[in-house]
Design a protein around this ligand. Sequence first.
Ligand SMILES: [Zn+2]
Length: 68
Amino acid sequence: MITTENTDESNSTKVVKVHKCPICGKLTDNLKYRPFCSKRCADIDLGNWFTEGYVIEGKAPVDEEEGE
Ligand SMILES: [Zn+2]
């Protein structure tokens, strides 16, 4: 049996804080736009929220006005 402790050690000493961008799934160490990898992905997420908000707001009153 061969023990390769040396290789493992060199791996764990290099600590880079990487996280996965929820938009494009890319691994990134960009802290400025965390949890996103870039401003573009942060903007995309913001756009998703706005779009969702509009859909919900427009949907709600439609049902009630049908009775009149
Ligand atoms: Zn991204």
